[in-house]
Write a protein that binds this ligand. Sequence first.
Ligand SMILES: [Zn+2]
Length: 116
Amino acid sequence: MKALTCGAARLQLDAFYDQELPLAAQIAMHKHVAACGDCAAELDELRMLRAAFSSVARARVPISDDDRQSLQSTVMARIKAERSAALSTRLSRCSRTCGWCMPASAPPRRPPRACS
Ligand SMILES: [Zn+2]
């Protein structure tokens, strides 16, 4: 089997680390990183990065009562704003069809009828 170049090895480094390569390619990568200090260093860096990401992903970040209260207020304000916007849109659509929901400055032009 032809020896891997560093360029070819680097392209497969993630798959090698994840043991996703076919057996022959996995063996060739193992031989290459055992003999190549640069690629071995890349593999070590990949290993450290993966470990760091993994520990961050598992970490639970504590949230203070103030932050929790702020988040809750922000979410509730957003919900109210969206409900208000939805009501405004419905009233606008209704006023165009029946005239009953028009603001006081623009009195209904037609007698009210059921809104849909
Ligand atoms: Zn190499």
